[in-house]
Design a protein around this ligand. Structure first.
Ligand code: SF4
Ligand code: SF4
Length: 294
C-alpha cells in the first residue's frame, strides 16, 4: 500500500501534543482560496520550478518531450509538454526542478517516523496532514493502524470533509483530531472552499459521539470570516461537543502564495487577509463571552 507523500517533517511542536513527526499527503477535495499548501490540493503529481535556482547546466535537456528550451533569453520550462516523469528533476543539481510528491510504502513511512521515536515521550508521535489525508481513506487508516502497532501516539489534521462511513474505524486508531473549522456561514464556505460545511459539521458531531479527542482549529481571515457572527457560531458548535478539548484561533498567512508561482500559477497572496495578534485575542474573548451567555 502506498501514499503520495509531499514531505515528512520532523520535530513538529504545533501539530498535536508533544514532539511529533508530520506526514504531509497530496490530495484535497477542498479548494480554499487561502490555502497555505497549494501543492497538496491536486491528487496528481506536479512539478515545482524555481527559476532563481537554475544554474543553466542544461541537464534537464534529458527530457524526451523537449519541455526544456534554452535561448539567449534563458531557460523555459513548457509545462504543456511535461508528462511529469520526474527524470529532469532527478538530474537537476540546483533543485530548480522538484517533483511535489513521491509514492511511499506505509512501511517506509513508519520507518522514517520511528527514527525519532526516542524523542516522542508519552504524548508525541505521528501526525498525518495534507491536503486532506482522508482523500486516501483506506491507506491513511492503515498508516494510523501501523503507527498504533508501534505504540505511537497518532493525530490527524483534517478538513472533516470525507465519507462518514470511515469515522468509526478512523476514531479507533486516532488519538487526536486536529479538526479545521473554516466558516460557519455555508454560502461563504461554498464560495471560498468549493464545498458545503454540512458534511464537515455532521462528521464532527459523529466523531464527538464516538468520543474522539478533538482540537478545533479556526482560521481567521480578515474581510471573509473575521466576524462576530462566526465567533458566536463557533461557540455554539463547541457547546454541542463533549470531547473537544481545545479551540484554537489563528490568522491566515500568505505563505502559500510563493509556492503557487513555483507551480506555474499566479500568486494569490493577500496580506490584507491577515488578522493581528490583537484580533486573535478579541476572537478568544468574544468566544468565551458567547460560551458564558445563555
Ligand atoms: S537541470 Fe536544473 S539547474 Fe540545470 S538547467 Fe535544468 S533546471 Fe536549471
Ligand atoms: S518531468 Fe519528464 S516529461 Fe516533464 S520536463 Fe521533466 S523529463 Fe520532461
Amino acid at each position: 500500500m502506498k501514499l503520495p507523500v509531499v514531505r515528512i517533517q520532523r520535530f513538529c511542536m504545533h501539530d498535536g501534543p508533544g514532539i511529533r513527526t508530520t506526514v504531509f499527503l497530496k490530495g484535497c477535495p477542498l479548494r480554499c482560496k487561502w490555502c497555505h499548501n497549494p501543492e497538496m490540493q491536486k491528487i496528481e503529481q506536479e512539478m515545482f520550478y524555481t527559476p532563481s535556482k537554475c544554474i543553466h547546466c542544461r541537464m534537464c535537456m534529458i527530457c524526451k518531450n523537449n519541455a526544456h528550451v534554452f535561448t539567449s533569453q534563458g531557460h523555459f520550462y513548457d509545462r504543456s509538454k511535461c508528462r511529469l516523469c520526474g527524470n529532469c528533476a532527478a538530474m537537476c543539481p540546483g533543485k530548480a526542478l522538484e517533483t511535489v510528491c513521491r509514492m511511499m510504502d506505509l512501511d517506509e513511512i513508519i520507518l522514517e517516523v520511528m527514527q525519532d521515536a526516542a524523542f516522542y515521550g508519552k504524548n508525541g508521535g505521528i501526525t498525518i496532514s495534507g491536503g486532506e489525508p482522508m482523500m486516501h481513506p483506506v491507506e491513511t487508516i492503515a498508516l494510523l493502524k501501523a503507527a498504533k502497532e508501534k505504540n505511537l501516539n497518532t493525530a490527524i489534521e483534517t478538513s472533516g470533509y470525507f465519507d462518514k462511513e470511515f469515522l468509526p474505524v478512523l476514531c479507533k486508531y486516532t488519538d487526536t483530531f486536529l479538526w479545521d473549522f473554516k466558516d460557519s456561514d455555508n454560502a461563504r464556505h461554498i464560495e471560498n472552499t468549493g464545498v458545503s460545511n454540512e458534511q464537515i459539521i455532521e462528521n464532527l458531531l459523529i466523531a464527538d459521539k464516538l468520543k474522539a479527542n478533538i482540537i478545533l482549529r479556526c482560521i481567521l481571515i480578515n474581510t471573509i470570516n473575521f466576524t462576530k457572527d462566526h465567533i458566536k457560531e463557533i461557540a455554539a458548535l463547541y457547546k454541542k461537543l463533549n470531547h473537544c478539548t481545545k479551540v484554537k484561533f489563528f490568522s491566515y498567512h500568505p505563505m502559500g502564495s510563493s509556492k503557487l508561482e513555483r507551480l506555474g500559477c499566479s500568486n494569490n497572496g493577500k496580506t490584507e487577509w491577515m488578522v493581528s495578534e490583537k484580533d486573535i485575542n478579541w476572537a478568544k474573548s468574544e468566544f468565551l463571552r458567547n460560551l458564558e451567555a445563555e
